[in-house]
Design a protein around this ligand. Structure first.
Ligand SMILES: [Zn+2]
Length: 199
């Protein structure tokens, strides 16, 4: 090996190393922004981080139970199945998703059914049927599109509901990345329309 070759190899190695370091830094920065946004939206602190068995990223206000984590995987799995049926191919990996588990701001809905939900500012839902006077209760809320992130409430039972909420919030993200027109039409429920969107 000539000296020049060796030098250029060392150079490209250190270059690669720099890119890796920069990537890790950018990743951390994105994560920080995401966590800030989740904390601002829910008023919770997401001090626990975890991964579902299938590789989705989780931040939680309380230590997440394995039932919560497995139900998130089941919801994503349903989402990916229905997305493929619609010939969508983007963002269909578990690791594409970051899920925040917030503390429930209520555990029963107005019909006294078990329904852990989070409170969010009314904004576009003002004066719609969802409006409770400046705020609304939501089962879930999309936080970011890149990376795909949403928040749901912690459940201690009825884990099927967790899977459903994950699938439903995920629908917005899958549509955003695969079918923007349909995303735009279905993103705002105050104009009517709910879930499931994809059949
Ligand atoms: Zn929705």
């Amino acid at each position: 090996m000539s000296k020049i070759n060796l030098t250029s190899q060392i150079f490209s190695l250190s270059f690669l190393f720099c890119i890796l370091v920069i990537n890790v830094k950018a990743q951390n920065q994105i994560e920080k922004v995401l966590i800030n946004e989740a904390e601002r939206t829910t008023q919770d602190s997401f001090i626990f981080s975890a991964q579902t068995p299938k590789g989705a990223r989780v931040f939680a206000a309380s230590k997440p139970s394995s039932k919560m984590l497995n139900s998130i995987d089941a919801g994503l799995s349903d989402l990916f199945t229905v997305a493929r049926r619609n010939n969508y191919s983007k963002r269909l990996k578990y690791s594409d998703y970051t899920i925040f588990i917030a503390k429930a701001d209520r555990t029963k809905n107005s019909d006294s059914q078990y329904s852990p939900d989070i409170v969010i500012g009314a904004a576009q839902y003002a004066r719609s049927i969802y409006d409770q006077g400046g705020f609304v209760y939501a089962a879930g809320l999309v936080l970011a599109f890149n990376p795909c992130a949403f928040v749901i409430a912690e459940h201690s039972k009825d884990f099927q509901r967790v899977s459903d909420v994950v699938r439903f919030e995920g629908e917005h993200l899958v549509l955003y990345h695969n079918h923007r027109k349909r995303y735009n039409k279905t993103a705002d429920h105050s104009q009517g329309g709910g879930h499931p969107i994809l059949q």
